[in-house]
Design a binder for this molecule. Structure first.
Ligand code: ARG
Length: 459
């Protein structure tokens, strides 16, 4: 394709280091679509004849059918998906194939293809996250009243409901989706027609190609259009953030599935056994979601470092932009699917969760709040009194509400028998009815709002 200037062909090493076809063949659908939009515009503008434009377009359709049936051939001499397709086009239709690249460079071509690919990836992730949210919201509705210990520092803090805990992830995923949506808006401009770096002298209609490819508008600066990859970094940043959320959730499932917790039984279909210990059921899918998040963050780092020192406009380093994006997307899509399956198929164990919540003095704050409200004790003093009650209960290895009234009154005479109503875990969660709080009434409201936002039917 560029042999005219060279006396010798490339060495084997050059061929190998230069070839991106092993990975950028993943762009073939976008490459064909962008070429078809380009040639239709060239024909409409009279830059190539109507006959040639038709022949090129037909040839591209035939190549797409070949790729669909047999995959993309990997010819290292042809470097990348753009040249592989163009050379096949020449084999199929002969001389008119040479007119396709009029007013175009691989630099605007690859930037266009990659933007289209990232846009598709965003749409796929968004649909997957919406499915995961729907599963979360259904399970949260089932468990609006199921009590579990809420933790800080992984120490029992206050009772919460499982529904509330699941909805916390619904909220995280809602923000993740909005990050992907932002990335989609910003990235949805067409580089096509920027040519190598400076634009072109041919009378292209950039609005037409942008519209044909579903872009909102053509990019406004040709140097920027061929040399920035912030649209891919926006995707990776959103992906990394989302993967971190999934990883924290996976970590909780791993803890909850462990025998000392026993809060959940993960579905068999997403667990594995041990080759030596017959009793084992391992949460491998959750562990791999946690593990994959590290790789996804690595992909983000990889592209950031690739881009950080590049002068305008295109440099070949930028060919290395695609593997991290492809890898991160594959890992993220799989992680989302695995989490969806695990949440949908898990059997939560509210009995075990409640027992754990009752064990850890989770209602100590309720005793302190009761003293403030019923006996007008300043909160700091109430905190101190409650600490003494917990110490006593702990020394006797019993729950707070198992202490007798006499025991409690010996600690502070302002305590009376009404306190016992406040010390159960049920009373504790019911009391936390502030907006956004864990009370079952609030959780049900949030479930209803989420179902509406997700277009789910009212149960
Ligand atoms: N395969 C190349 C890439 O992915 C296409 C652009 C090549 N442009 C160039 N000036 N060599 O970046």
């Amino acid at each position: 394709m560029w042999g005219g200037r060279f006396a010798e062909g490339p060495s084997a090493i050059m061929r190998e280091i230069n070839a991106s076809i092993p990975f950028d063949k993943a762009l073939w659908r976008q490459d064909i679509a962008a070429s078809k939009a380009h040639v239709a515009m060239l024909g409409a503008q009279g830059i190539v004849s109507a006959d040639d434009a038709r022949a090129i377009s037909q040839g591209l359709d035939n190549i797409a059918a070949e790729y669909e049936a047999n995959g993309v051939p990997e010819d290292w001499d042809l470097e990348d998906i753009h040249m592989v397709t163009e050379s096949r086009l020449a084999e199929l239709i002969g001389a008119p194939a040479g007119r396709l690249h009029t007013g175009r460079s691989r630099n605007d071509q690859v930037a266009t293809d990659f933007r289209l690919w990232v846009r598709d990836a965003i749409d796929q992730v968004d649909a997957g996250l919406a499915d995961l949210q729907r599963v979360l919201v259904s399970r949260a509705g089932e468990h609006a009243d199921s009590i579990m210990p809420g933790f800080t520092h992984l120490q029992t803090a206050q009772p919460v409901t499982l529904g509330h805990h699941l909805l916390a992830y619904y909220e995280m995923l809602r923000r993740d989706r909005s990050r992907f949506a932002d990335a989609r808006v910003r990235g949805n401009e067409s580089p096509l027609g920027s040519a190598a770096l400076a634009g072109t002298g041919f009378p292209l209609d950039r609005d037409a190609t942008a519209a044909a490819l579903g872009f909102d508008r053509p990019t406004a600066n040709s140097l920027d259009a061929v040399s920035d990859r912030d649209f891919a970094l926006d995707y990776l940043q959103a992906a990394a953030q989302c993967a971190l959320h999934l990883s924290r959730f996976a970590e909780e499932l791993i803890l909850w599935a462990s025998q000392p917790f026993g809060f959940v039984r993960l579905p068999d279909a997403l667990s594995t056994g041990s080759s030596i210990m017959p009793q084992k059921k391992n949460p491998d899918a959750a562990e791999l979601v946690r593990g994959h998040s590290g790789r996804i963050v690595g992909c983000l780092t990889s592209l950031m470092v690739t881009m950080k020192g590049l002068p305008l406009a295109y440099s070949k380093d930028m060919q290395d932009d695609k593997p991290p994006v492809f890898e991160a997307h594959g890992l993220l899509a799989l992680s989302i699917a695995a989490m969806t399956g695990m949440i949908a198929g898990s059997r939560f164990r509210p009995d075990r969760m409640r027992a754990a919540a009752e064990l850890g003095y989770a209602t100590a704050t309720d005793l302190a709040d009761w003293l403030v409200r019923q006996a007008d004790v300043p909160f700091r003093e109430a905190h101190h009194i409650t600490g003494a009650a917990v110490k006593l209960a702990e020394s006797r290895n019993m729950a707070l509400d198992a202490l007798s009234l006499a025991d409690l009154q010996a600690i502070d005479p302002r305590i009376d028998e009404r306190v016992f109503a406040a010390l159960s875990v049920d009373a504790s969660v019911a009391a936390r009815a502030s907006y956004g709080g864990t009370a079952p009434v609030r959780v049900r409201e949030q479930v209803a709002a989420a179902r509406k936002a997700l277009g789910m039917e009212t149960p």
